[in-house]
Design a protein around this ligand. Structure first.
Ligand SMILES: [Zn+2]
Length: 199
């Protein structure tokens, strides 16, 4: 539709999650009209995030070194691991201040329609962590939707026979959505009222 660089920008923006063609076009023209310094801050932030941020070798959360700040924090308990789909879920749960253990980020959820199976998630890494005996409870905090439920069921069947307590967040979370959409109070209550599943 447009020439060269403008169309390239629209195409790249349009590949971002949640940004349709109209939004891509609007953002592109906003950037065209914006101050050079503002645009430079954005490009710097994009470059920096790719340079400095990596995924924690232990839990899969975002980190600025090999391990994330939660994995290196000596005040956190090693006996409970909370399993989530994405790093943004770690942020959502941290906001509730209900949890003082460690996390494990799967990198998504089981979704046959998108060809995402257990092997595509960081499940073997989780099993390795559980094998060392320090962990007594695994809290499965996947999203309250079909994929999150399927992942939770899969995990509880896998972990249950290991003799660990496996729990799920209490109901009351907005069904069908992302964990991050729940407000802190609701998510905090779901955490506190978590129920033990399987064994
Ligand atoms: Zn970590």
């Amino acid at each position: 539709m447009y020439e060269g660089a403008v169309q390239d920008l629209i195409d790249e923006l349009g590949r971002l999650p949640g940004i349709g063609p109209k939004s891509a076009q609007r953002i592109a023209f906003h950037l065209l009209a914006a101050d050079g310094a503002d645009v430079r801050r954005l490009t710097d932030a994009l470059t920096e995030v790719k340079l400095r941020v990596q995924f924690c070798e232990v839990c899969g959360n975002v980190a600025e070194s090999e391990r994330c700040r939660i994995c290196v924090d000596p005040r956190r308990g090693d006996d409970v691991i909370c399993v989530v789909e994405e790093p943004k879920d770690v942020v959502a749960i941290e906001r509730t201040r209900e949890f003082r253990g460690r996390y494990h980020v799967l990198g998504g959820a089981i979704n046959p329609l998108d060809n995402v199976g257990p092997d595509d998630l960081r499940i073997s890494e989780l099993m390795t962590r559980l094998a060392d005996g320090a962990v007594t409870e695994v809290i499965i905090a996947t999203d309250p939707n079909v994929e999150g439920e399927a992942t939770a069921t899969y995990l509880s069947r896998l972990i249950g026979p290991m003799g660990l307590t496996v729990s799920r967040l209490a109901s009351g979370l907005p069904v069908g959505g992302d964990l991050e959409y729940a407000d802190e109070v609701t998510l905090g209550r779901a955490f506190e009222g978590r129920r033990v599943v399987g064994s």
